[in-house]
Design a protein around this ligand. Structure first.
Ligand SMILES: CC(C)(COP(=O)(O)OP(=O)(O)OC[C@H]1O[C@@H](n2cnc3c(N)ncnc32)[C@H](O)[C@@H]1OP(=O)(O)O)[C@@H](O)C(=O)NCCC(=O)NCCS
Length: 385
């Protein structure tokens, strides 16, 4: 929201809303039409026809890989997917004491200490760190999920695709083809999304010529908040608490009365239905059909009531409304939903960071000073009220 004083006063754009701070070719969010594309490819096309490895390559290197590039990239991801034992030990020490996002943030930061080039800022070293982070993110989150669930860790299975391997390392079994497709699609649709808060955070850090581990640690910290990545966890808890379609109207009215934000609705950019939520809604319906149909019907009722009430204000379901339901039905614990978001988003974070440093400019916005102008007289502490 814009806040302005009289015409001579500088204008303050709260939250930098509407401010263009960089140029990018990585991805485009059309908030009015409800479209999302990566390097010109529509998200629906990529979800149907591509896979995460290819999308990751596309985001980072700017074009669809040919067969040779694809094979080499997949091999690079596989060969970099292992973690040092010390990182597993660190995660074990944190289990039960922290949120998995805290553990992920700390583990990514710790990973840097095993990379001899961890402080390098030249583009070649940054690209090497970027691919290592893409490769290790599913192993990290899989290990966090296992350890936090009291289970033994599973090392990467190099026979599996990126998404299937993540599923396997998290849940302890190989996914069936439909589960594999759902996991792959979930990672693809989370891979990039404009200048969102966590991406911006990565860019601010990389713009200081810090290394990629630092940029991604910043991004993960920023993704943690409930207004960004943390909303899917809370959206599922809300749907479960409401419990049935019949309870939805009363429960929602009470929340609106208390001026609570309804998790999984509204978006800074989309003023129409989020295209990612459309894809996930289909999966949510499919995966709950046999065992938890009531959950989907409850969510669907909440959606209907919310659109009736707030659709005219541009508030519709966002990606977080149905993603938690899909992850939960696949077998993931609620607290791991936001780390799953990070597994998908890692490619967008590194792609935009690598793009930004090609024409680097240190981020340094200003704040309008509205405090005491002074100069105030300094009083020794024993003379103060
Ligand atoms: C995502 C979000 C932060 C974007 O917000 P924003 O562009 O900054 O818009 P604001 O928070 O200023 O909201 C604008 C108006 O819509 C209302 N609104 C926005 N999202 C709402 C929601 N989820 N539930 C109820 N009202 C909502 C606000 O109360 C505000 O109303 P007002 O004009 O009467 O004060 C916001 O929609 C939100 O908090 N959603 C819930 C969290 C969520 O799902 N986050 C995941 C995003 S992918």
């Amino acid at each position: 929201m814009e806040k302005s004083g009289n015409s001579a006063e500088p204008v303050v754009y709260r939250g930098l809303e509407g401010i263009l701070a960089a140029e990018t070719k990585v991805g485009f969010v059309d908030g009015q039409e409800g479209r999302l594309s990566y390097r010109g490819y529509d998200i629906n096309t990529l979800a149907e026809q591509s896979n995460y490895e290819e999308v990751s390559y596309l985001l980072i290197y700017g074009h669809m890989p040919n067969q040779k590039e694809y094979t080499e990239y997949v091999e690079r991801l596989r060969s970099e997917s292992d973690l040092p034992e010390e990182v597993y030990d660190l995660i074990r020490k944190q289990a039960g004491k922290t949120h998995p996002m805290t553990s992920l943030r700390t583990a990514v930061s710790y990973l840097a200490t095993f990379d001899v080039k961890e402080s390098a800022s030249d583009p070649e070293s940054q690209e090497v760190m970027a691919v290592k982070l893409v490769a290790k993110m599913p192993t990290l989150v899989g290990a966090i999920h296992r350890i936090f669930s009291g289970k033994d860790i599973l090392k990467p299975d190099r026979e599996l695709s990126y998404a299937a391997n993540f599923f396997y390392m998290s849940l302890g079994r190989r996914p069936d083809p439909m589960e594999s497709k759902m996991m792959d699609t979930a990672l693809i649709i989370h891979a990039d999304h404009g200048m969102n808060a966590s991406t911006f955070s990565a860019l601010v850090t990389i713009s200081t010529m810090a290394d990629m581990y630092s940029a991604i640690t910043s991004a993960i910290s920023t993704l943690k908040g409930p207004l960004h990545g943390g909303a899917n966890e809370r959206a599922l808890m809300m749907i479960q608490a409401i419990g049935s379609p019949g309870n939805a109207e009363k429960a929602l009215s009470e929340m609106v009365e208390r001026k609570e934000k309804i998790m999984g609705f509204g978006h800074r950019v989309y003023k129409v239905y989020d295209p990612r939520a459309k894809i996930l809604k289909q999966y949510a319906q499919y995966i709950t059909e046999k065992n938890n149909k009531n959950l989907f019907l409850t969510a669907n009722k909440i959606e209907e009531l919310m659109i009736n009430r707030f659709g005219s204000k541009g508030i519709f379901p966002n990606v977080d409304f149905y993603s938690g339901m899909v992850y939960s039905a696949l077998g993931f614990k609620t607290e791991i939903f936001t780390p799953i978001f990070a597994v998908g988003r890692i490619s967008g974070w590194v792609a935009r960071s690598l793009e930004y440093i090609q024409d680097n400019k240190l981020f340094r916005p200003k704040a309008k000073y509205v405090g005491e102008k002074g100069p105030l007289k300094y009083k020794p502490i024993n003379e103060r009220d």
